[in-house]
Write a protein that binds this ligand. Structure first.
Ligand SMILES: Nc1nc2c(ncn2[C@@H]2O[C@H](COP(=O)(O)OP(=O)(O)OP(=O)(O)O)[C@@H](O)[C@H]2O)c(=O)[nH]1
Ligand SMILES: [Mg+2]
Length: 295
């Protein structure tokens, strides 16, 4: 079981599976990594502060297949992005180069908060919007469901952000009880692997990658820029890459708004009579509402 080293290239082979654990602090990422590898390789405990301080990788096998799991510290938080965060993101890329097959977005069942919504947005900033096509949502504390089913929970949730996340990542989700052992642990892992394999089929085995993964791989293979300059150059590339992705996302959002406004404008232009009628109705509605509030 290797840990933390970036030189080991066995896991860049096509048959191996690379998984990256992401999510808000304390949601159970490290515990999930341990459940996947069936060994307590990552430090996992309840604490007032973040437990995992830097990216770690560990390896194992499942049904004869090599699995590489990368555990991450809080790289998806909204706090000001400092050099430590860029270093953590850079390490995550290095450890999962040439790119992950699956990003496991971990969240505690029944606790999908504003911080999780920020984490989803940050996945797109850190890995790129296309990475959502490789996301599987993993709910920890599955035992809290009792006799209920996870499918029912997901269908009936009134949490709009969770609903839209599930929709956005193609309804790929599963649940783990990280305290499970034996048969229960094996069964939940089998269910996760079924979701992972169906995702792989959908992408014809292709993993997620981008320009920064290319740089990470070059650095790993010693093909970076001038010797000695690599780490500093790489960190600058990480920062530039994240900033570009943020700009792209902002642009995509503003394009979407302007497109919607343009459509409304076009519709109003081609339906002038109906538009005037609707505007008058809206004005009367607001006048009545204001009048009601005053009286
Ligand atoms: N009962 C139960 N406890 C869990 C489960 N998953 C995680 N925990 C507990 O939740 C606590 C936090 O888990 P971690 O694995 O350290 O969470 P993390 O996301 O890695 O935390 P940071 O590294 O601090 O970001 C630990 O006490 C775990 O034992 C679960 O499925 N069921
Ligand atoms: Mg952890």
């Amino acid at each position: 079981m290797a840990e933390g080293s970036v030189e080991d290239n066995r896991f860049a082979s096509s048959s191996s599976l690379r998984l990256v654990l992401v999510g808000k602090s304390g949601c159970g990422k490290s515990a999930t990594g341990n459940s996947i590898l069936c060994q307590p390789v990552f430090k996992s405990k309840l604490g007032p502060q973040t437990v995992t301080r830097s990216c770690r990788k560990a390896t194992g096998t499942w049904n004869g297949r090599n699995i590489l799991v990368v555990d991450t510290p809080s790289i998806l938080e909204a706090k000001t992005q400092d050099q430590k965060m860029y270093k953590d993101i850079g390490d995550c890329y290095l450890l999962s180069a040439p790119g992950p097959h699956v990003l496991l977005l971990v969240t505690q069942l029944g606790r999908f908060t504003a911080q999780d919504t920020i984490a989803v947005r940050r996945v797109k900033e850190v890995f790129g919007a296309g990475a959502m096509r490789h996301v599987v949502v993993l709910f920890t504390h599955k035992e809290d469901l009792g006799d209920g089913s996870l499918d029912e929970y997901v269908v009936n949730t009134d949490n709009d952000s969770l609903r839209s996340l599930i929709q956005e990542c193609g309804r790929r989700y599963c649940g783990f009880n990280n305290r499970a052992t034996g048969e229960e642990q094996r069964e939940q892992l089998e269910k996760l692997m079924a979701v992972v394999e169906s995702l792989e089929r959908e992408h014809q085995g292709a993993f997620y990658t981008n320009d920064l993964y290319f740089d990470a791989q070059m650095l790993q293979e010693g093909k970076g820029s001038t010797l000695g300059e690599e780490p500093r150059c790489y960190l600058a590339k990480v920062q530039a890459h994240i900033e570009k992705q943020k700009r792209d996302l902002k642009e995509a959002r503003s394009h979407w708004v302007s497109k919607a406004l343009l459509r409304v404008g076009k519709w109003m232009h081609s339906n002038t009579g109906l538009s005037v009628f609707l505007v008058i109705c809206t004005l009367i509605f607001f006048a009545l509402l204001i009048n009601l509030c005053i009286t």
